[in-house]
Design a protein around this ligand. Structure first.
Ligand code: PHE
Length: 465
């Protein structure tokens, strides 16, 4: 077997894990999910899901990976059994499928960088019509998503430590700075206050089972949990890393950036009279308005810089997504890293084509299937199954695996390596109760509710309450 990669130090791992977490999930998905699911109430439930349900699962993933020093399949098999290995395998496949559509959306962000910096996007009369036209345009999308995949592959080829750590440390702070500028500027626009009210003053009357579920699945997606990205990264860290602190830091960073994205978007949405629940186009439709308001020149520069930084944030996430199957292939088979990277990147790029074409370019993919009383395009179906359902399901299985198969004392011993105070601590009790009881029950219950509602239009809650 070839030598496995390793992060150079604690900060390197935190930078890479935060780089994986922070991405389109925070800036593209979080605002549109918040907008579609009631605003502030969603935010509140999201925070609860991220810190109470997801953070312990993050600790579990990292500890599993570090103990086994293998990819998700190898990890489940080594710590559990061949059958458990299948769970890891499904995670790896989900990661590949998620990358396939994620790469397409990354291509949109790249196109927006070019269109704002060098094109005439900001002169458009109707940003919504532009977006609709833009994502249906096969030429640009094909080119940019191909470029994105090539870049991702090039970084993954360079190996975990060199590629990811350096970029994240420089570019993430820059992204935060530019977001702060946009937040402050956005607040000066007319009707910005309504956006803040929508985002920060909860209306619990709007909350449904769906709100809880979408907040939960969004937290999994945003924190890169539930399919083994952090098992993979965990397999590259050293024994004296403090897993609990690292997980807390990653969760806080990721949540902060998602929160800021909401602060940035909702004032714009309300000042431009955009429907907050209008879906995946929300960020692409509302942001150009602020760059336009800043005026030509400065608007093009700030707008271009924003989308370029968003591309970097997306890149550190696509890198982590591609690293999962690459780790699997190189751990389990005698295939060189180079061959694995090239083969997988090609395969996943091709897998993304139907998603790309489902945004208006090809009719039947754009109206792929109907469920829940609506027709859905191919990309939405993939997101529904592999992300919205797949990731919480993965989290459920990880909790059960750690608590009942690998066992809490083995888990605790692993975490204690870099954290000698862990056994007997309050941290340990909390994580143990969450993984053994709360997370499995809560996630299972929510999964049942949502699957029945989404695909069969049966509202279980109405029978219970
Ligand atoms: N967390 C990333 C984001 O928010 C997406 C991602 C999901 C990355 C799953 C890796 C694994 O953009």
């Amino acid at each position: 077997m070839q030598e496995r990669g390793k992060f150079s130090n604690k900060i390197g791992f935190i930078a890479a894990a935060a780089g994986s977490a922070v991405g389109l999930g925070n800036i593209w998905k979080f605002p549109y999910e918040t907008g579609a699911n009631g605003g502030a109430a969603f935010l509140l439930i999201y925070l609860l899901c991220a810190f109470v349900i997801c953070m312990p699962i993050m600790v579990a993933e990292i500890a599993m990976g570090r103990h086994a020093r293998l990819n998700p399949y190898g990890t489940f098999k080594k710590l559990g059994s061949r059958t458990w290995g299948i769970v890891g395998l499904i995670g790896i496949i989900s990661g590949a499928v998620i990358l396939s559509f994620y790469n397409v959306v990354s291509g949109w962000a790249f196109g927006y960088f070019l269109q704002i910096s060098f094109g005439n996007l900001l002169q458009e009369a109707d940003f919504s019509a532009f977006f609709t036209r833009y994502i249906a345009d096969v030429g640009d999308n094909l080119l940019y998503s191909l470029a994105f995949m090539v870049l991702t592959a090039a970084i993954v080829l360079g190996g975990v430590q060199k590629g990811i750590e350096r970029w994240t440390k420089i570019l993430m702070p820059l992204l935060i700075v530019i977001m702060l500028i946009l937040i402050v500027y956005g607040l000066t626009l007319p009707h910005a206050g309504q956006g803040i009210e929508f985002y920060l003053v909860p209306d619990m009357g709007e909350v449904t089972a769906n709100t809880f579920y979408m907040a939960l699945s969004q937290a999994f997606f945003s924190l890169s949990l539930g399919m083994g990205a952090l098992i993979t990264y965990g397999s590259y860290i050293s024994d004296d890393d403090h897993i609990v602190n690292s997980a807390a830091l990653v969760t806080i960073t990721d949540t902060l950036i998602a929160f800021m994205a909401g602060l940035m978007i909702f004032p714009l949405v309300f000042s431009q009279g955009i429907e907050p629940g209008s879906g995946p186009g929300l960020v692409f439709v509302s942001l150009p308005g602020i760059f336009e308001a800043m005026g030509p020149g400065i608007g093009n520069i700030i707008g271009g810089a924003f989308f370029l930084l968003l591309c970097f944030a997306a890149l550190t996430s696509t890198v982590s997504l591609l690293e999962i199957p690459v780790a699997f292939i190189t751990d389990q088979y005698k295939i060189s890293r180079k061959k694995a990277v090239i083969g997988l990147a090609t395969l996943i790029f091709l897998l993304g084509l139907p998603s790309m074409l489902s945004q208006g370019a090809v009719g039947w993919l754009s109206e792929f299937v109907s469920y829940g009383g609506k027709s859905h395009d191919f990309m939405t179906v993939i997101i529904d199954i592999f992300s919205d359902i797949g990731l919480p399901l993965g989290g459920l299985l990880i909790s059960i695996f750690v608590a009942y198969r690998w066992r809490m004392h083995n888990f605790s011993a692993e975490v204690s390596k870099g954290n000698p105070g862990f056994p007997g601590s309050r941290q340990e009790k909390f994580v143990s109760i969450m993984l053994s009881y709360v997370s499995p029950l809560v996630i299972f219950f929510m999964l049942m509710v949502i699957i029945m509602e989404k695909f069969f239009e049966v509202d279980i809650l109405s029978y219970l309450f």
